[in-house]
Design a protein around this ligand. Structure first.
Ligand code: ADP
Ligand code: ZN
Ligand code: ZN
Length: 734
C-alpha cells in the first residue's frame, strides 16, 4: 500500500504530495501525522490519501517510519475545508495545514506534560505486611502505609517527603506500581469556576433565540444594541448544541478575549470550554487543542484562528462583533473568517450567528436582501437608555481661546464624574494617523528611512519610532532640512492625555492602554482587572478599550478626537468611525448609573456623528449603502489589489507592467465588469526597504472569472526577488 503524504517543511515552496510505502505500521489513516525520511533526515508529514501503486519506481520508495499520534489529526471535514480554501484563496497545502495544526503541535516542539504516580499494587493492599517488608525496614513501612491511606501520590512528592531509597526499593520489588499520567495545562486556572444559571430571557432575546432554534443551517445577523444581552442568546444556542451531543465554536475579536469573557463561559459550561488564543503558553495551547480533538472539550472560544478548531459535529458557530476587522486575515495565508465559518456550517448543517451592535455595512446589506436572517434587539436588558452623546465643536473652543486637549465641557464632566466617585474612559482613536514630528519653519516631517511613513514620538523613551518596522531614531533638536529649532510634535497621543489628566487629578491613578503598554503576555488583562477593581478612576486608551468590557461604574466616556479615522483613505473609514463611536459610547452607563459621552470634533455636522448621537444605525446604513452603490464600492463591487514589492523600483515596475498588460487585455474584453482598473505606486511607497506598487481594480460583475485572470497574471510574473500578493477587499490600502 502507498500513502500520499504532505511534508511539513516550513521554508519550502513545495506544494506537492509525496508517495511513501506503508509496510509495518498498521494504524495509519488518512489524516495521520507521520514521520517520513526526507533527504537525509526524518521530518513530519500528513497522510492525505492511499493508493495501490505509485509512479515512483519501487526501489526509490521509502517507508513511513513512525506514526506520531494515535488518532488522525486532520478530520474529513478539514480535508474538504482544505480544498475549499485552496480553490477560493489560491493557497498552498502547507499554508492551510499551518492554519489547521497550531505551530506548537508541529515538529514535536511541545510535548504532553506527564507526571509519575505511585501506588501499592492490588495484591499487596490487604496482605500481611510482615511477609514482604521486614519490621525493621521502618522507612519502607512508612511509604507503604501512607500509600495504602491515600491511594496514590506523585513520585516526586513521595521522594521529597519519604526516603527516596525506600520508595525505589519497593518499586524494584514490584510492590509499588508507577503510572505515567498526563497533566493538562489549563489556561486561566485561577478563574474561579463560579456557576452561572441561564437567565429568564427578555422578549427580544426570546424572539431571537426562537428564530435561531427554528433555523436549519441558516446565517443569522443578530443586530443588538450594546447591553442588549447578545451573550445570553449565544449561550442558549451553545447549550442546545451540547445537549444534542454536538460542539460549538464561539469567535471573538482577539482584543475582547479577556478573563471576564472566559469567566462567563466557564461558569456556564465548565470544563467543556477550551480557549485558543495567542496569549496562551505553547503548552496550554497544545493541551487545549488536544482536549478539543479528543472531544474532552466541545466548546471552543477564541479569536479568528479558532474557526479551525478540530471539533467534530459542530452544532453552532458564532462570530461575535462580526464587523471587527480582525476577522479578515490580511497576511499570508489570507482568508475571511466568514467564508470558513459558512463552509463549516454547511458541512455540519448548523446555524451560523453573526452578532454586533454595529454590523458591517456589507453584512447588514446581505441581511436586508434576505441572504442572512435579520434579528434585532433594540433595548438594553436593564431597560437603561443608551448613553447621551454631546457633540463639542472644537473649532468653537479654539475660537474661544481654549487650545488644550479637552473642551471645557469634557473637563467639567471629568471633574463631576471623578469627584462623584465614578469612573471615566478617555478614548483616543489612533487608527491610520501618526503623531508626527514636524518643523514649524519649513514643514519638514520626520520619516523612516526604510519605510515611507512618518515617525511617531514616544515621550517616555524620548525617541521617534517607525510603527511599520519598529526602527528607532533619536528625537530631533533641530530640523535636518533647515536647522530651525522650532520642532512641533503633531497630534495628541495617549501619553499626553495621561499627562494632562494627572495635572487635573493629582494623586489619582490613571491607567493607559495602548500598543506600548500591552506588550507583555498579561498586561492587557491586568490593566482591565485594575480598572474593574475600581481603584483607578481613569482609563485612557486607543480602540483596544472600545470593545466588550463591562464596567458598572463608568459614567463618562470622552472621545478626544473623533475625526481621526474619518480622514483615513479607506472606503470603510466612515463606517469604522460610526462603529467606534457607538462601541466606545456603549462602555458608559451599562449598569444602574446613567452614562454620558462627550465627543470632540472639528466636523460636528458629519452624518456619522448625527446618526451615532441618535443611535440610528438604520439611518446610517441607508445613507452609507446609497453612497456605496453610487460610487461602486463593496458590496456592489469587489476590490482587488495586486501588491508588487521589490528591493528596486525598476524590478517592481517591470513585474507590475507585465501583470497590468495581461489584466488590461481582460478588462478591455470585459469592460462592463469593471468600475475601475489602474496601476500606480502604493500610497506607502516603501516599507522595510521594499518598493511597493500596485494594480487596483473594482469588479462589479463576473468577479470569479476576473479573479482567475488576476491570480494567474500575478502567478505568471512573480519572481524570486519580486513578490506579488493578490488581496480581495483589503481593509488596509496603504
Ligand atoms: P451585549 O453583548 O449585547 O452588549 P451582554 O450580553 O454583555 O450585552 O449583556 C449585558 C448585561 O445584561 C450583562 O451583564 C448580562 O449578564 C445581563 N443580562 C443578559 N441577559 C439577561 C437577562 N435575560 N436577564 C438579566 N440580565 C441579563
Ligand atoms: Zn525645517
Ligand atoms: Zn520603518
Amino acid at each position: 500500500m502507498i500513502a500520499e503524504v504532505i511534508v511539513d517543511i516550513s521554508s519550502s515552496e513545495v506544494d506537492k504530495v509525496f508517495d511513501y510505502k506503508v509496510s509495518e505500521l498498521k494504524d495509519i489513516k488518512r489524516g495521520s501525522r507521520v514521520g517520513v525520511p526526507f533527504g537525509n533526515r526524518e521530518i513530519e508529514g500528513y497522510v492525505v490519501g492511499f493508493k495501490e501503486e505509485s509512479d515512483v519506481p519501487d526501489s526509490k520508495l521509502k517507508d513511513i517510519v513512525r506514526l506520531i499520534d494515535d488518532y488522525p489529526v486532520i478530520t474529513e471535514e478539514m480535508f474538504e475545508l482544505m480544498s475549499f480554501m485552496r480553490k477560493k484563496y489560491r493557497l498552498r497545502i502547507v499554508d492551510v495545514l499551518r492554519l489547521f495544526i497550531p505551530s506548537q503541535m508541529r515538529g514535536g516542539r511541545v510535548k504532553e506534560l506527564k507526571k509519575q504516580y505511585v501506588s501499592v499494587r492490588d495484591e499487596f493492599i490487604n496482605a500481611d505486611i510482615d511477609t514482604f517488608i521486614k519490621p525493621a525496614a521502618k522507612a519502607q513501612r512508612d511509604v507503604y502505609y501512607h500509600l495504602c491511606d491515600v491511594g496514590s501520590a506523585s513520585l516526586t512528592e513521595m521522594n521529597e517527603n519519604f526516603s527516596a531509597s525506600a520508595v525505589r526499593n519497593l518499586i524494584t520489588r514490584d510492590i509499588l506500581r508507577v503510572d505515567s499520567v498526563e497533566i493538562k495545562r489549563t489556561p486561566y486556572k485561577e478563574l474561579k469556576d463560579g456557576v452561572s444559571e441561564p437567565r429568564v430571557l427578555t422578549d427580544e432575546q426570546k424572539n431571537a433565540y426562537d428564530k435561531i432554534s427554528a433555523g436549519a443551517g441558516d446565517t443569522f445577523l443578530l443586530h443588538g444594541v450594546t447591553g442588549s444581552g447578545k451573550t445570553e442568546v449565544y449561550m442558549r444556542c451553545i447549550a442546545d448544541a451540547l445537549n444534542a451531543g454536538k460542539s460549538a465554536v464561539m469567535l471573538v475579536p482577539e482584543i475582547s478575549l479577556t478573563p471576564q469573557v472566559f469567566r462567563v463561559f466557564k461558569a456556564r459550561f465548565g470544563n467543556s470550554v477550551a480557549i485558543l488564543h495567542s496569549g496562551l503558553s505553547a503548552g496550554e495551547r497544545f493541551d487545549e487543542w488536544r482536549r478539543l480533538i479528543s472531544g474532552e472539550a466541545s466548546v471552543v472560544i477564541g479569536a479568528r484562528s479558532a474557526i479551525f478548531a478540530p471539533v467534530k459535529n459542530v452544532g453552532i458557530i458564532i462570530i461575535d462583533e462580526e464587523h471587527d476587522s480582525s476577522y479578515v486575515s490580511e497576511s499570508n495565508p489570507r482568508y475571511q473568517t466568514y467564508d470558513v465559518a459558512r463552509f463549516r456550517a454547511d458541512y455540519n448543517h448548523c446555524n451560523l450567528i453573526m452578532g454586533s451592535a454595529t454590523p458591517s455595512i456589507e453584512s447588514y446589506y446581505y441581511a436586508s436582501v434576505g441572504k442572512y436572517s435579520l434579528l434585532e434587539m433594540n433595548t438594553r436588558v436593564n431597560k437603561r437608555s443608551l448613553p447621551e452623546i454631546d457633540i463639542v465643536d472644537m473649532s468653537k473652543e479654539y475660537a474661544a481661546g481654549n487650545n488644550g486637549i479637552f473642551s471645557r465641557k469634557l473637563e467639567s464632566e471629568l471633574h463631576e464624574c471623578v469627584d462623584g466617585g465614578n469612573q471615566a474612559i478617555i478614548f483616543l482613536n489612533r487608527r491610520g494617523y501618526s503623531s508626527y514630528v514636524m518643523c514649524r519653519s519649513c514643514g519638514y516631517v520626520a520619516k523612516c528611512e526604510r519605510c515611507d511613513v512618518s515617525l511617531v514620538y514616544h515621550k517616555e523613551e524620548n525617541v521617534l519610532k517607525c510603527h511599520y518596522c519598529g526602527n528607532r531614531y533619536s528625537m530631533l533638536d533641530v530640523c535636518p532640512a533647515c536647522k530651525s529649532p522650532h520642532i512641533k510634535r503633531g497630534y495628541v497621543g495617549t501619553q499626553q492625555v495621561v499627562e494632562k489628566l494627572s495635572q487635573m487629578f493629582p494623586g489619582k491613578e490613571i491607567l493607559r492602554m495602548d500598543n506600548d503598554t500591552t506588550q507583555t503576555k498579561d498586561s492587557h488583562a491586568l490593566i482591565l482587572e485594575r480598572f474593574a477593581s475600581g481603584k483607578a478612576p481613569l482609563l485612557v486608551g486607543t480602540q483596544m478599550i472600545a470593545k466588550g468590557h463591562d464596567f458598572p461604574d463608568v459614567t463618562l466616556v470622552g472621545i478626544v478626537d473623533a475625526d481621526m479615522s474619518l480622514h483615513f483613505n479607506d472606503y470603510r473609514s466612515t463606517e469604522r468611525t460610526y462603529q467606534l463611536i457607538t462601541q466606545v459610547s456603549g462602555r458608559a452607563g451599562r449598569d444602574t448609573k446613567f452614562g454620558r459621552v462627550v465627543l470632540q470634533t472639528f466636523t460636528p455636522n458629519h452624518y456619522a456623528y448625527k446618526f451615532a448621537v441618535d443611535g440610528n444605525y438604520k439611518g446610517f446604513f441607508e445613507k452609507e449603502i446609497n453612497l456605496r452603490e453610487i460610487t461602486k464600492y463593496p458590496p456592489f463591487a469587489v476590490i482587488v489589489r495586486v501588491l508588487v514589492s521589490s528591493e528596486t523600483e525598476d524590478a517592481a515596475f517591470g513585474v507590475l507592467k507585465n501583470i497590468y498588460g495581461d489584466v488590461m487585455d481582460y478588462v478591455t474584453a470585459h469592460r462592463s465588469d469593471f468600475a475601475y482598473a489602474a496601476a500606480m505606486k502604493s500610497p506607502v511607497k516603501k516599507i522595510q526597504s521594499k518598493f511597493r506598487m500596485q494594480l487596483l481594480a473594482r469588479v462589479v460583475s463576473g468577479a470569479e472569472s476576473a479573479l482567475d485572470c488576476i491570480y494567474a497574471a500575478a502567478e505568471r510574473y512573480r519572481t524570486a526577488k519580486t513578490t506579488c500578493f493578490v488581496e480581495v477587499n483589503p481593509s488596509n490600502l496603504s
